[in-house]
Write a protein that binds this ligand. Structure first.
Ligand code: APR
Length: 236
């Protein structure tokens, strides 16, 4: 009889670290590419705790629009390729994306470093205590947490702690293969995670503009779109 536990333990551990480029071919804008979100909106107006204090309705509306776009989008072939690799690898996805396209593609282990737009949390104390599902695209002004504080999107804003960082660092440290996809690696502390991989971990980066980055030389680099490159990668 096949010992399933033994078989499972023999699989190499593949850790994917994804960014906005992963969902670009699903029609979701990236942040820093030409025409990206941060060209159209000021970070200070919509993605900081100060912005929420100043104009919570504007911030909420910005994320309502993001949620709406995400609900109208679908996982692309690159998301689906990651699910196919689950047959051969023990696979973990650490994503900076707030969309749920990895989950909708079928990825089983997904950690959202910067939150999940389909959820909300309290804008009062103990924000990480409980997450509330948002039904549909709109988080309304009248939506409040159990303690009566207004609900805010479950996203990590600039200047806030990244509660899932330590867990992500531990997962990456135990990887046999680290596959970085579609991120400009400009936002810290998230970008620093690539340095948590061990020296004998195989490290690969796939990005449309990887030639313009300053990537450590121990990374194998593939320039191109996630949908184009991923199916041709030989991950052994
Ligand atoms: N395939 C692969 N890579 C792509 C594709 C594609 N189809 N399209 C764009 N890219 C790449 C770009 O070349 C760029 O390097 O995706 C990257 C997107 O970079 P950013 O817009 O900076 O997004 P990201 O790195 O995920 O941003 C990190 O910043 O604003 C915050 O919290 C937000 O999680 C986000 C964080």
């Amino acid at each position: 009889m096949v010992n399933l536990t033994q078989t499972f333990n023999m699989k190499k551990k593949l850790v994917v670290f994804s960014g906005a480029g992963m969902s670009a071919e699903s029609g979701i804008s990236t942040f820093r590419d030409s025409g990206g979100l941060w060209e159209k909106h000021n970070i200070e107006d919509v993605a900081t705790p100060k912005a929420w204090k100043k104009d919570a309705n504007l911030v909420s509306d910005f994320y309502n629009q993001r949620r709406k776009q995400i609900l109208e989008s679908f996982p692309n072939e690159a998301h689906i390729q990651l699910v196919k690799w689950e047959e051969s690898f023990e696979t973990f996805v650490i994503t900076q994306n707030i969309d749920d396209l990895h989950e909708r593609a079928g990825s089983r282990n997904v950690l959202h470093l910067h939150g999940n737009i389909r959820m909300a949390k309290s804008s009062g104390p103990n924000q990480e205590k409980k997450y509330y599902p948002v039904n549909g695209w709109e988080l309304k002004i009248s939506d409040v947490c159990d303690d009566g504080y207004r609900l805010r999107p479950h996203v990590v804003w600039f200047g806030e702690d990244v509660p899932a960082y330590q867990q992500a660092a531990e997962i990456i440290a135990s990887a046999d293969i680290l596959l970085v996809i579609g991120t400009s690696l400009q936002v810290y502390p998230a970008a620093g995670l690539i340095h948590e991989a061990s020296s004998n971990c195989r490290k690969i980066i796939v990005d449309l503009h990887v030639n313009e980055f300053n990537i450590p030389s121990f990374f194998e680099q593939y320039q191109g779109s996630a949908v184009e490159v991923l199916p041709s990668l030989n991950l052994t």
